[in-house]
Design a protein around this ligand. Structure first.
Ligand SMILES: [Zn+2]
Length: 450
């Protein structure tokens, strides 16, 4: 055995073989990096969806919608003007569905089709032309005013949408408030005011920040002015819907299916008996908006992988560990890496920043304890096993995990609560693991010749 150890360390063929394996692993890491970039890009592509059917709508004589972007359920319960309005009608807990992204959620509000039914899932740019069944496109004279990001309201066929693209750079807070009050007191049959500062504050400072609460209080004060303007101009009779599209994590961020992000408050006043209800799916509230009635109770259908995908995912994981054979113990680095990712970076979710960047450095850094274990374990295993055996035992579990997560979210777009984010993380971990084993292969090891 001693002689074999000496040969393994000194034989030039052995050194070359290790170098070739190391280069192959660097190439594998590059391939995983490219694959992950393509995967992330595919998230933003619309799905097929069902065709729009523009049926007859009867929203009522005068409807005003105020959408406070990014306002979570809990902070929405502490706003005095909103509380007073809700007490006059239906105080609802609404489930915005998945993903919790502003334009797709507004698409549900205006079309009555969920993100999965319309295919508008993680879209971040304008829909042009607007969906044929968008309510604002079916109501002549509809108007929208947006505080910012006006491409969102322009995506749904309002007859008038402000600011116009050429006016966006000079659009001030005063101009927005003026336009919003004009809309509240005006004659448009359907009007939307889209408030965005709460979402901006959430992204910049987090949902637990003072800036976020201040933005919410400012929005509530604006709501008070809009209600007063409407009362002065029209008296009673206006139907009001005030709602949010998603909440914010305490540290800021949204997009995945966390209940605290999906569940928002909505208040519907006019044509409904006062009371509380929910959670109701946003699509159900959207149908109530189209018909002038009350939302029907319905189950929210979040996408989920199903039994066949779960079976495949578990089989992949078992196979990934089993291929290590006598060296399957090397797979222990993977649970250590995943535990440290969750402990340091957080539970993977599309709402968290670390799952998105191209290099995934935050994930790789958080996985470092497991990666060091892998490199050390591989280096030690190379004393008794061939480079190929060590590569398989060390890397197959990580590749299997990435394949299993991908199987759970596979589709066009590859969007599934939780598992899309896990696929992104698993691909970073697998790429970093390839490099860790490559390092073990080029560090001199084995039994030193005497
Ligand atoms: Zn946002």
């Amino acid at each position: 055995m001693a002689a074999r150890g000496r040969i393994r360390y000194t034989c030039p063929m052995q050194v070359w073989r290790r170098l070739v394996w190391a280069l192959a692993l660097v190439a594998l890491a590059c391939g995983l990096y490219q694959g992950r970039r393509a995967f992330v890009r595919a998230i933003f592509v619309d799905g097929a969806g069902a065709p729009a059917v523009a049926d007859a709508v009867a929203p009522g004589a005068r409807v005003r919608v105020v959408l406070i972007d990014g306002l979570g359920l809990e902070p929405a319960r502490s706003l005095p003007n909103l509380n007073a309005l809700c007490a006059r009608g239906l105080d609802l807990e609404v489930d915005a569905g998945f993903p919790t992204v502003s334009l797709p959620v507004q698409s549900v509000l205006w079309t009555g089709r969920t993100q999965q039914q319309s295919g508008v899932q993680y879209r971040q740019k304008a829909i042009d032309p607007p969906p044929a069944d968008a309510l604002p496109a079916l109501v002549p004279g509809s108007e929208a005013v947006a505080e910012s990001h006006a491409f969102i309201v322009r995506s749904f066929g309002f007859a008038t949408a402000r600011p116009a693209p050429e006016a966006e750079t000079t659009w001030s807070e005063a101009a927005f408030v003026d336009a919003a009050e004009g809309l509240a007191g005006g004659d448009a049959p359907l009007g939307l005011v889209h408030v965005l500062r709460v979402d901006d504050a959430g992204h910049a400072h987090g949902g637990a920040s003072a800036a976020y609460r201040e933005a919410a209080a400012w929005s509530d004060a604006l709501l008070g002015r809009l209600l007063a303007t409407d009362r002065a101009a029209h008296g009673e009779g206006t139907r009001w819907l005030v709602l949010s599209d998603h909440g914010h994590l305490p540290e800021g961020g949204h997009g995945d299916a966390e209940p605290a992000l999906r569940r928002v408050r909505a208040c519907l006043v006019g044509g409904v008996a006062p009371g509380t209800a929910g959670p109701v799916p946003l699509a159900s509230l959207a149908r109530a908006l189209r018909s002038g009635g009350a939302p029907a109770a319905a189950e929210t259908a979040l996408p989920s992988p199903g039994a066949a995908r779960w079976t495949l995912a578990v089989a992949l994981l078992v196979a990934g560990v089993a291929t290590g054979g006598r060296r399957a113990w090397l797979a222990l680095w993977l649970p250590v890496a995943l535990a440290s990712v969750v402990a340091i970076a957080g539970w993977p979710s599309l709402s968290r920043r670390f799952v998105w960047p191209p290099l995934g450095l935050d994930v790789a850094k958080a996985a470092l304890p497991g990666l060091v274990l892998l490199a050390a374990g591989s280096w030690r295993a190379l004393r008794r096993a061939s480079a190929g055996q060590v590569v398989v035992a060390g890397l197959a579990p990580a590749l299997a995990l990435a394949a299993a997560a991908a199987a759970l979210c596979w589709g066009a777009p590859p969007l599934m609560p939780v598992w899309t984010a896990w696929t992104s993380v698993a691909l970073v971990v697998a790429a970093a693991a390839s490099l860790a084993v490559a390092v073990a292969l080029v560090v001199p090891g084995g039994r030193r010749p005497r």
